[in-house]
Design a protein around this ligand. Structure first.
Ligand code: HEC
Length: 146
C-alpha cells in the first residue's frame, strides 16, 4: 500500500511525456514536403481504378471510358523532360473542385487539412494541402526516364 502511493502523482506526468514525444515529432515532420510513399497510398485508394497500378492509364475502369485516363508516367516526357508541377497541381485541384468536367471524380478531401510549402518551376513557393502535395510527389516519382 505504502509503495503505490508515491506513484500516483507521477502518473499524469508520465502520460503527458509519452504522448508529447510522437506529437512533437509528428508536428516537425508534418510541415515538410510529404514523401512519394504517402502519395502512393492515396493513389492506390483513389486513382488506381482509372490510371492503373503503374500509372499508365490502364486501370480496370479505363476500358469502358469514352475519355481515356491519362498516362501519368508520361507527363514529364510530354513537357520536354521537366515535370510541370504547376500544371499537375492545377489539374488535380481542378478535379478536386469539380471544375474540370466529369471525367475524373471529385476529390474534395484532398483540399482539406494543413498545407505544406511546394516549390514551383519558377522557384516560388506556394502552400498546398498536404494530400495534394503527396500525390504530386508520387506522380513525380513515377515519370518515365528519357
Ligand atoms: C474515374 C476515372 C479517374 C480517376 C479515379 C482518376 N482519374 Fe485522373 N484522369 C482521368 C481521365 C479520363 C483523364 C484524362 C481526361 C481529362 O483530362 O480529364 C485524367 C487525367 C488526369 C491528369 C492530367 C494529366 C495531364 O497530362 O495533364 C492527372 C494529373 C490525373 N488525372 C491525376 C489523377 C489522380 C492523382 C487521381 C487520384 C487522386 C486520378 N487522376 C483519379 C480519369 C480518372
Amino acid at each position: 500500500m505504502a509503495q503505490t502511493l508515491p506513484l500516483k502523482p507521477r502518473l499524469p506526468l508520465l502520460v503527458v511525456s509519452v504522448c508529447a514525444l510522437p506529437v512533437l515529432a509528428g508536428c516537425a515532420l508534418w510541415s515538410f514536403m510529404p514523401s512519394p510513399a504517402e502519395g502512393q497510398r492515396l493513389y492506390a485508394q483513389n486513382c488506381v481504378q482509372c490510371h492503373g497500378s503503374t500509372g499508365q492509364g490502364d486501370g480496370e475502369l479505363a476500358q469502358d471510358m469514352m475519355r481515356k485516363p491519362a498516362n501519368l508516367t508520361q507527363i514529364s516526357a510530354q513537357n520536354g523532360g521537366d515535370f510541370p508541377r504547376t500544371r499537375v497541381l492545377s489539374a488535380i485541384d481542378g478535379y478536386a473542385k469539380g471544375t474540370r468536367g466529369g471525367a475524373m471524380p471529385e476529390f474534395g478531401a484532398f483540399l482539406d487539412g494543413p498545407t505544406v510549402p511546394v516549390t514551383l518551376e519558377d522557384g516560388s513557393q506556394t502552400p498546398v494541402p498536404r494530400p495534394l502535395a503527396a500525390l504530386l510527389r508520387y506522380l513525380e516519382s513515377i515519370q518515365a526516364q528519357g
